[in-house]
Design a protein around this ligand. Structure first.
Ligand SMILES: [Fe+2]
Ligand SMILES: [Fe+2]
Length: 364
């Protein structure tokens, strides 16, 4: 902040109360967490998910008689994923000052790019779209640019948590269809092992993405609860899938996806929002909104304690502290394996604002 405040205001900056972490220290801890997590993630990604969009699938044996609805869905998946260069460049730029986050976004982008190529292969090998049609479609898509859904890093981080989980769910449900497990009469008995493998492989990547961003949001929630809860509330208030406004036949795609039992508003409520909330120690959307409202009702001048209590009542901070601790243990194990621990270890530092056992805030 100091570098954007005019010099005459520098003296008026609120000081950090004794015993609490300054924002600079919180930022440093979050940055270290991201760097450690990024290193762990990259090693794991290369060891366990190093697949290739061309060679990892038996494309010649993809069925040529897939129901047209399935091809429409694959085409929509391709349309969204092929904005990978836009997603990546915009997000990298947003977090370029953070080593862990910007390098992660490059790695993430390289995985999203494989998803685009795999879905394009699926559309092509279905033989229900000509190569010329695909080329033209791609040109139409690429004539538009995807923009960030939110202007700042914390909102975009929260957005990606919900978006990655929603994407994973879409692919898992596509996998079920390809395994012949659809409950919808028009898709019953569709069985395509190649398509099932494609959907499953990509869904595993999306789960890994979800976990990375989730760990990031947990760190923010732990060190900056008020700001993070606010971002969560704003994001779920206006959530839509990425590129929904850019894909020309979006309406047809989303209706087909809904009718196929792949994804719809109820799935978002139950299998995206509720799952993410559970992983973030938030009981429900109602509890979140209530908590934020109560926090705002506490006037600043009444002192920090009442306000802090109201924030920490909004979510299960004990759960989040446990999660952030576990993340650090995972990072420390990795650092020991490599030898970073001897030179530059990542350490977990408790947030003293978090109420301790017996309901007393540490600064009471
Ligand atoms: Fe993806
Ligand atoms: Fe993803």
């Amino acid at each position: 902040m100091a570098d954007i405040l005019p010099p005459n205001l520098l003296q008026e900056r609120p000081r950090t109360p004794a015993g609490l972490l300054s924002n600079a220290e919180k930022d440093r801890l979050i940055e270290r967490g991201f760097l450690g997590l990024y290193r762990w993630y990259t090693a794991r990604s290369q060891e366990t998910r190093n697949w290739n969009a061309d060679r990892s699938f038996d494309w010649r044996h993809l069925r040529k008689d897939l129901p047209p609805e399935v091809v429409t869905v694959m085409q929509g998946f391709f349309a969204v994923e092929q904005y990978a260069p836009d997603f990546t460049s915009q997000l990298v730029h947003l977090v370029r000052r953070s080593h862990g986050r910007s390098h992660f976004q490059l790695r993430w982008g390289s995985e999203e790019e494989k998803h685009a190529d795999a879905w394009e292969n699926a559309v092509l090998f279905s033989e229900q779209r000509s190569p010329e049609w695909i080329a033209e479609y791609k040109e139409r898509l690429r004539s538009q640019t995807w923009e960030l859904p939110f202007p700042d890093a914390i909102h975009n981080l929260v957005y990606t948590v919900f978006q990655e989980r929603a994407t994973q769910l879409n692919y898992l449900n596509m996998m079920k269809i390809a395994q012949g497990k659809s409950e919808k009469p028009h898709l019953a008995g569709v069985s395509d092992p190649v398509l099932a493998k494609v959907a499953q492989t990509i869904a595993v990547d999306e789960a890994a993405h979800y976990n990375f961003f989730l760990e990031g949001v947990r760190m923010y929630l732990y060190y900056y609860p008020e700001r993070t809860l606010d971002a969560i509330k704003n994001v779920i208030g206006q959530f839509s899938m990425p590129a929904a406004s850019l894909v020309p036949d979006w309406q047809e795609f989303s209706e087909t996806v809904y009718r196929a039992g792949i994804y719809g508003p109820r799935d978002f409520q139950r299998d995206v929002m509720q799952v993410a909330f559970r992983n973030l120690g938030i009981e429900s959307r109602k509890a979140l909104e209530e908590g934020i409202r109560k926090t705002r009702e506490v006037p600043d001048f009444e002192g920090q304690n009442a306000r802090t209590t109201a924030i920490f009542d909004t979510f299960d901070y004990g759960q989040i502290e446990g999660d952030v601790r576990r993340l650090h243990v995972k990072i420390q194990d990795y650092e020991q394996e490599i030898g970073f621990d001897k030179l530059d270890p990542t350490e977990f530092i408790e947030n003293p604002e978090v109420p301790r056992q017996g309901g007393q805030a540490a600064d009471d």
